[in-house]
Design a protein around this ligand. Sequence first.
Ligand code: FES
Length: 258
Amino acid sequence: MLKNMDSAIISNKRIADCIYEMVLFCPDADLKEFVPGQFADIEIPNRKDLILKRPLSINKVNVEEKMVTLIYQLVGEGTNSLIELKPNDSLKAILPIGRGFHLASEQKDVMLVGGGVGIAPLYTVIQRWPDKNYDVYLGYRGIDCAYCMDDFKEACSDVCVTSNDGTIGEKGFVTEALSKRLKNKKPDVILTCGTLPMLKSLKAVVGDVPVQASLEQRMGCGFGACAACVCGIKNKDGFEYKKVCTEGPVFDLAEVQL
Ligand code: FES
């Protein structure tokens, strides 16, 4: 049963161009069961006109301290209200929810591929499964949008950074760098999160490597009641619509209709 829980804001700050980090104290959340790729559904405080919650990525989880770090992009009125919130303000949140990534014990070599705000949830994969061998690919628009790089570099020795404008890392799309790497090395699995164009490019270069993709879908209710978040997923008869909020956000990329 999903609980809309009171959470206190510890900090809320801009960390890159249009990217914000909010740390929440969530005393009632069951964080022991957190699975990387799960997200938080946040109510916008003091805005009765904005009735829909906003799905935000979970970037770090501290089970002992009952704290969760969220990363979000400033994209509209809801997030514009969120950036005004200060430490000690409170909000209601449902978290952690959704179906996240899974790694089998035999899947040792893992590539993480993130683009823009989609980089945020991938860090929890390393937190949860620190004993895997990671190759990390982080794609940003440019240096002003870069965040979380140091976290990944501290945790992994193989981190490739790309930017569309060449102001940081290799110039080009993250999928171009990945494509070159896949010619020499095949991981057991790729875990990814990013925009639909990025996922399309990824699908075109991965060959037979299994890919789990977290979809950045617009949502309504966040708990399976409104069907605002559906996406087409292949089945034996063609495809069916699945709800990203409850049946995702993580799906096998090969099954997703892009
Ligand atoms: Fe309402 Fe998914 S957001 S069903």
